[in-house]
Design a binder for this molecule. Structure first.
Ligand SMILES: C[S@@+](CC[C@H](N)C(=O)[O-])C[C@H]1O[C@@H](n2cnc3c(N)ncnc32)[C@H](O)[C@@H]1O
Length: 299
């Protein structure tokens, strides 16, 4: 699979080519439906197929390794047409696998990366961690964007489809990643770093209504998350979910794009007790919470 990922990258599935073709390489700012009329050149065939989700004539797609892609189930074809079965998105030196942007909103949808994903991945403190565990990993975007942060990595999610996509993205990207289906409160051994981009607040918490898992949450999710005690826990979540009191050091950067407000929490449960919070504007220059916010909070 790593070889197939390398072939796709060589065929233009890389951020620089995406920025040239689509006007941005920020995945959360892409609207695949607006890319349908972009010119498809040999250099953009892979982007057209896997990012924009455009169905192509077999002749036009011939530049791609179609036999390998078919064997891996990444495309489906009729006699004359080829279509991606999923989205493959270039991010830094990796490829993220998730559901197509036009996929139906099923319960197990694995969502396209949004700004919440970027807030988390840009807020993880630099360093070399021994073991990093990403809870509620989705497509494992954080670990695939920043694999160099840790020697070993584990990604878990309640949604088995998300775990399968995380595994596929890691394999295509040549990133060593252990994956498992797991609840946010599960036993995860003794990682040095834990990250979690929590599900979005839902209009309902009733699992029976089929709302996608990624935007369905309950008090129980946050109870389990805030009962954790690993040395460093970095969370992106809705502001109101963060308890007013947590053991140790609780640093919060909050931003609003309307209601509700969201935050990144840097939490060191075993550090001396300290709490600080900043409200930070979201600007074109700094659209996501980052380490300058942490520096400000660390004083
Ligand atoms: C907002 S998405 C974040 C996905 C990914 N980490 C990212 O940043 O793009 C939230 C994720 O939480 C997962 N999830 C929901 N409830 C969970 C639970 N109880 N335990 C573990 N994961 C859960 C969903 O399946 C979804 O993948």
């Amino acid at each position: 699979m790593n070889e197939l990922g390398a072939k796709l990258r060589a065929l233009g599935l890389v951020p620089r080519a995406l920025a040239a073709w689509a006007g941005t390489d920020r995945l959360s700012a892409l609207y695949p439906s607006r890319l349908l009329d972009q010119p498809i050149t040999p250099a953009s065939v892979a982007l057209a197929m896997f990012v924009a989700g455009i169905e192509l004539d077999v002749d036009r797609a011939a530049r791609l390794p179609l036999d390998d892609l078919l064997a891996a189930g990444l495309v489906e074809r009729s006699r004359t047409r080829v279509r991606a079965t999923l989205a493959l998105l270039p991010l830094r030196s990796s490829i993220i696998a998730c559901d197509r942007a036009d996929a139906d909103e099923t319960e197990h949808l694995v969502c396209w990366p949004d700004d919440s994903s970027y807030h988390l991945l840009s807020a993880i403190p630099r360093g070399t961690y021994g073991h990093w565990h990403d809870l509620a990993c989705g497509s494992a975007i954080a670990m695939l964007a920043r694999p160099e942060l840790a020697t070993t990595r584990t990604a878990t999610d309640l949604n088995p489809r998300a775990v399968a996509f995380a595994r596929l993205g890691a394999a295509l990207s040549g990133v060593a990643l252990d994956t498992a289906v797991g609840d946010v409160g599960g036993d995860i051994g003794r990682p040095d770093l834990v990250t979690c981009n929590a599900p979005m607040p839902a209009s309902t918490t009733d699992p029976a209504d089929g709302e996608p898992i990624w935007q369905r949450t309950s008090g129980r999710f946050f109870e389990a998350l805030f009962a954790r005690r690993e040395p460093l826990i970095v969370v992106h979540c809705v502001r109101d979910a963060i308890p007013a009191r947590l053991p140790g050091e609780r640093l919060v950067a909050t931003y609003t794009m309307g209601h509700p407000a969201f935050s990144v929490l840097w939490w060191r449960p075993h550090a001396p007790r300290r709490a600080a919070e900043v409200l930070r504007p979201v600007t074109a220059d700094r659209p996501h919470v980052d380490l300058a916010d942490l520096d400000e909070l660390s004083g």
